[in-house]
Design a protein around this ligand. Sequence first.
Ligand code: FES
Ligand code: MG
Length: 574
Amino acid sequence: MSQPPRRLRSRDWFGRHDSHGFVHRGWMKGQGHPAHMFDGRPVIGICNTWSELTPCNGHLRQLAEFVKRGVYEAGGFPLEFPVFSPGESMMRPTAMLFRNLASMDVECALRGNPLDAVVLMAGCDKTTPALLMGAASVDLPAIVLSGGPMLNAWRGRERMGSGTHVFKAVEAVKAGTMTPAQFEAAEAELNRSAGHCMTMGTASTMASLVEGTGLALPGNAALPAVDARRQVLAHLTGMRAVALAREDLRLSRLLTKQHFENAILLNGALGGSTNAVVHLLALAGRAGVELTLEDWDRLGRDMPCLVDLMPSGQYLMEDFCYAGGIPTVLRALGSRLHRDAPTIGGQTLGEIADAAEPPDGEVIRTLEAPFKPLGGITVLRGNLAPLGAVLKPSAASPHLMRHTGPAVVFDSIEDFQARIDDPALPVEADSVLVLRNCGPRGYPGMAEVGNMRLPARLIRQGITDMVRISDARMSGTAYGTVVLHVAPEASGGGPLALVRDGDRIALDVAARSLELLVEEAELEGRRQALRPFVSPYQRGYERLYVEHVMGAETGADFDFLVGGSGAPPLRDSH
Ligand code: FES
Ligand code: MG
C-alpha cells in the first residue's frame, strides 16, 4: 500500500483558511503567482548568494532561472531569495569574518519561511560553507548548486590560474621579469568569463567536496560557469529538489561521519585547500558529527594527490572537466572511499564512480601512479601549536619539510608589509617568517595572509620558498611551505605570542612537529609579561564575532551556533 502524501511544511502558511492564509497567499499573488501554486505542491527555496559585489557569483541570478524551470517541470513552486554574500575579492577586512554571519542569515531565512526544500546557490569561497552551515542547523532537504569555475586563462599558450598567478605576477614584477603594463593586462586575461576561481582553490575545493560527497549532482564542480551544461545541471537540480521535498530527504541523512571522512579523503586526492579544514570542522559542528584535526591527519596522512591542478600542479578546472571531473576521481579512488555513501541524486557514491570515465593519466592520475605522493593536510603539533596547526605538503617545498631556523617576527600584517622589504631587516633564506594576531579573534576573521611574500632581496637571489608560520589562513590558490591555523592563536593566549626575533623554530613535517626551541622557564617569564589582548572592535557584528568565535582547531564557528534547532512549526507572525 502506498503511503499517504506527507503534509508539507509550507502548508502551515499556504494551506490555511484564515486571515494568516489570506495574507500569506495574497501577498504572493501580488507577484503574479496563480492560485494553483498554493494547492499543496512543494515550495522550493532558491537560496541565492548572487551579488555584483561577489563577482564569482555574479551570474547566479540568471542561473537561478534554470533552477526554476526544473522546479516547475517537476510540479514545485520555486521562490528565490537573496542571502548575505561574502565575496572573497572585495570584502574587508576578510570575507571569512562574515561566513558565520551569512550562515545565520541562511538559517533564519530557511526556518522562518514557507519552504519544503532548498537549492543552495553558491560559488565564491565562503558562500558554500556559509550556506551549508546555515542549512544544516535547520535540516531541511537541501541540494547544492555551484556557480562553476571561470574558463581557463591564457597568456600566450601558457595557462594562468586565479590567485596563483596573481602571486606569481607580483613576484615577477619584483624580480623584473614582468612589466607593469603586462601586470595590468593580466587582470583581464585572468578573469575572462563568469565564474569563480578556476584553480583548485577554496571555491573549487568546496564545490568538489560537495559533489564528491553527494550533496550536489554529478558535474557540479567542474562544468565551467558558462557551459550550457551547467544550465542543464541547474534545471536538473531544480527537478531533484522537488523530489527531495516529497521524500523528505534531509541534510542530516547525508551529513554523517562517513560523509566527512569521504570529504577528507577526497580533499587529499584533490590537493584541496587548507580552508576546507576550518569549513568542514564548522559544518560537522552544526551537523552534530564529531570531527577533529586528528581525523584530518589520520585520513589525509597518506592520501596521494591524484589531480594535476594549480596551485599544486599545472592544469585548471576546465581541463579537469574535460578529464571527467569528480566522478573520474571517485572512480580512481575505488575502495579508498566509503562507496556505499548515499548521494542527493539517489545513487550511491560507488554507482557514480562506476559510471565515470577512467583517469586520463595526465590531468587525473591513478592511485598507483599519483601526481604527488602526499595530497592531504598534515596536522602539526608542538609547544608552538599545542592545539594544532596545518600544512599542505603538496604545495610545499621538499627541501623545507624538515627545517630549523631563526624567527623573524611580525605582530600584524601591516607590520609585515612595512618591514619585509627593508634592506636592514635581518632575514636570510633559512629564516622562519612568523606572523601573529591574524587568527579568528586577532584579525578578526582569520585573514588569508599566511602565505607571506618573500623579501624582494631574497627573490632576486633566486629564493622561491621559505618556512612561514602564522595563526592566519592562506588563499586556497597559494603555495609554499606555509604553516597555518596555529592554535591557540596569539590573540587567544597561544604561545605564538611569545616568539621573539632570533628564537630558533624547528619544523619536521614527517614527525608532525612544530617546536619553539626556547627553554620553558624563559617562555613562562615571557608569558607573565604578556599584555592581555584587547580587540579594537567594541561594537556591532565585529564585537559579537570577537566575543564568540571559537578557535581554528574547531572551525572558527560561534560558540552559540554549534548544533541546530531544526525546522519546527513556528508561531504565527501576526
Ligand atoms: Fe571568489 Fe576566488 S575570489 S572564488
Ligand atoms: Mg580565497
